[in-house]
Design a binder for this molecule. Sequence first.
Ligand code: 3H9
Length: 706
Amino acid sequence: MTALPSADVVTRELRGKVLLVTLDHPPVNALSADVRRGLLDAIEAADADPAVEAVLIVGAGRNFIAGADIREFGKPPVPPSLPDVCNRIEACGKLVVAAIHGAALGGGLEIALSAHYRLAVDGAKLGLPEVQLGLLPGAGGTQRTPRLIGAQAALDLILSGRHASAKEALSLGLVDRLGASGDTLAEGLAYVHELLAGRAPVRRTRDATALSDRAASHAAVAAARTETAKKSRGLFSPLKIVDAVEAAIDQPFEDGLRLERTLFLQCLDSPQRAGLVHAFFAEREVLKAPETRDATPRALTTLGVVGGGTMGAGIAVAALDAGLPVTMIERDDASLARGRAHIEKVYDGLIAKGRLTAEKKAAIMARWSGSTSYDALADTDLVIEAVFEDMAVKQAVFAELDRVCKPGAVLATNTSYLDIDGIAASISRPADVIGLHFFSPANIMKLLEVVVPKQVSADVVATAFELAKKLRKTPVRAGVCDGFIGNRVLAVYRSAADAMMEDGASPYQIDAAVRAFGFAMGPFQVVDLAGGDIGWASRKRRAATRNPAARYVHIADRLCERGWFGQKTGRGFYLYEQGSRSGTPDPEVEAIIDAERERAGITPRSFSDEEIIRRYMAAMINEGANVVHEGIALRPLDVDVTFLYGYGFPRYRGGPMKYADTVGLPTVLADIREFAKEDPLFWQASPLLVDLVERGADFASLNRSA
Ligand code: 3H9
């Protein structure tokens, strides 16, 4: 065994006739410049060394290779480029084999496709997820994949970005062999020896023939183009992917690679790529709240839920789905039965769609138990209260929890806006109290605001993050204030939308403009979906403390006074045909708006869609800045993740704060100052925004320094 010199991240070791090339670049063997260099050197060395008959490429750690180094995107390129490395591997005169375990994603799979033979072991995940980062496979993936597995299968893999298992990869033809054991190195070496013994030829993916039925390949491309145009909703890279795969059918390999490169660079330069990469890192950064670094989570094997309404039942389903046993508390048998029925309805819906069997449902429901006595929670590790939003009601629940729960149990409230410090202070163990703000439907929505009151202990916060992980939610740490991060910011941009409506824009125009920006729904559609009565109740609650000098738009109240609460009542801002979830504009609503404008003495003016978005986003960004300034959000990226996961913000824009950086903070501030001329009370620039503009800095600088 001879150890050869090479860069640390790529080691070479001659094992008999086989040069073992190991990528060892934690955490995920991303293909940064030194890895690319090390790989290239290894192939050069193999070609030059007569003692080497074959090369085996493996990854150290938990993965083969997670792809290109995403942190390099947007920075000046450092040679060798990944396409060059892939081409050099493929051109190698010695047999090259890739043995895959864990992730072989993006550039990682492209390296494997450039090898001459591939083996994967159980647990491997193979895919080309570049589309999720606003990119396309840029190191030959759009050319080699269809040649190897056909146009249709390649398009499916590349356009979805999904991961294929080792078994599926074998059936697709992406790999040649499954490793029988989990020992990738042993399996890989055995495979290489077998190939050498059988005098297997060097076989290059560029010469593969899965596209030989040109008519079928073109039909697959045409179908994908139509489908993608319909579904990709403003995304840039999916149609480029279709173009690149099409080139693989008709053009020589080298020409296809050149087109792929051109299209890849266009995607790389797009703001969508920047937004999606920001989202990728931001959703990982939110997991690193200070308490998760400093404290160990408490035991978490049983969960209690107080309240069986929509929220309580949704939380219970999320926990049951995660395999946790759930004890539900309700005040009487009838309410408990309703709570159970809410849960069963979710599973029955899945059964009706063929996504769950009755046996599986029974197994899940066996983990559920209900009681009308708090004593049933005596041994529970974590209890989430999801009762009516009223301080006295919540405090009464917490008094009971204080009485029955074991020492060390985590006591959580799912309040959306109540003062959690006040709830904590009302019991004997405030250090165990935390806010867990789920979003409706709680079994579906990914966001979980972890609201951290003053007296909570760090291990309780760490336990909340652990719960989020178990429930597959995305947790964002938030401080205590009215509305926390999300609903506090929402209240402000809703006001901006209301003001535009009263000043002359129709709710339908505002919704359409917001949808064109990339949201799935506009603000007034959201009101109709959530139920107008919810916002109405909170407006009434705030009425006493509202600044009398602040502008107040009465239109939504006028609708609620008529009982028009949205979808559930068949009309709100929109009219809903019996049972329909998509509404149509309602002339009577427009008449009410006209009457309100007249009452307020406003002569309506017209708004362009562009102005609507400028105002809507300026309000969102400014309050987002306030939330960061006050320490309610740790960093701007926490606001971004809140909006991406809880409020349908278009992911390719990265979140409101990332969007602000893209537009430029001086532009946002100038807008706010212009709008302030009409309504200086509402449009007060956030001190943080002003400070950043004065320093020539951006929100990203705060993400980096936190
Ligand atoms: C591409 O390949 C383009 C090419 O076609 C063409 C080029 C010319 N780079 O997710 P985790 C970090 S595009 C840099 O928590 P897991 C991640 O930020 C790429 N860093 O672990 C985190 O850092 P930290 C296509 C990366 O076990 C740490 O690694 N590839 C990269 O839950 C652990 O990550 C992809 O899109 C990267 N490529 O999941 C795959 N990947 O500890 C992206 C991860 O500081 N990656 N990091 O927070 C993944 O899907 C998952 O990370 C993976 C592991 C499944 C691999």
